[in-house]
Design a protein around this ligand. Sequence first.
Ligand code: UDP
Ligand code: MG
Length: 321
Amino acid sequence: MAAPKFSIIAPIYNELENLPVLYSRIKEVMGQTEEDWELILIDDGSRDGSTDKIRELGQLDSRVKPVIFARNFGHQIAVTAGLDYSRGDAVIIIDADLQDPPEVILDLVAKWREGYEVVYAVRAEREGETWFKKTTAALFYRLIYRITDVKIPLDTGDFRLLDRKVVNVMCKMRERHRFLRGMATWVGFKQIGVEYNRAARFAGETKYPLKKMLKLALNAITGFSYFPLQVATYLGFIAAGLSIITIPVVIILRMTSSPQFTGQATTLIVVLFLGGVQLISLGIIGEYIGRIYDEVKGRPLYIVAEAPDTNYDQTHMDVAE
Ligand code: UDP
Ligand code: MG
């Protein structure tokens, strides 16, 4: 079977009500491109019947390719599987909850046709999201921008178009704790942003609770920066510097005026402060070591229970079939 021009990747985790609308809107939009396309739906261990719905769509329309995971592996891994299975000349990553309006794909495609290899969608406005989510997201993007070595564009999610060249490079990057927007920036090539208004979720609730958001943030920071490790060094220098200043001060005070040092509280504070700094530093190092350990284990990134039966070039995949 010939490879289609466009591959659309949508990760699915309990999105039953969104699936039919997602499919029909993508079908409508992709029809306007007058090119062949495939829609890769990755079921990331759904428990609400999305899995059957995905299979059903696959039977209804042969352009829909179901990839069914053996369990929940997380959003970033699901998208990675989508990239692995995609065959299009251009690959579009989109959320299944219709927060990324499929109609924007046409704008992404237009830029791709102009010769850009990464076209990312920039969120101009975000509808229907809590104040908390918007604020933490805005802070997160700015923090990442400051402390990482890769200048990841602000206010962009994973909604983007990637040229086949970029996808091939990204498929070779098999790191476990993934932050795809960082990786897509890191590869280089000709990149450009397209603004869009992020809609409210069509149905259901966010699948990114605070815990998953923090995990993603940690992956982004540790994946692209040594800043946290350097913080430990800075704190060490500050603590050592302070003691170098205070030692002579104390000696001189003691010799000249013999003041009464009520030392207990001071000692306790110093011990607690240094203990705290040391434990935090250990924790930071631990985060990095844990990640090294995960890489060394070399487990597959994901396990598929069912995959489309097209002949894929599986050289870059580490999935046991
Ligand atoms: N998702 C997934 N696995 C997960 C969590 C989320 O595949 O463990 C999918 C989800 O179905 C959706 C996309 O990732 O298509 C983005 O999730 P969500 O809309 O809940 O995130 P938010 O927009 O609230 O940041
Ligand atoms: Mg969403």
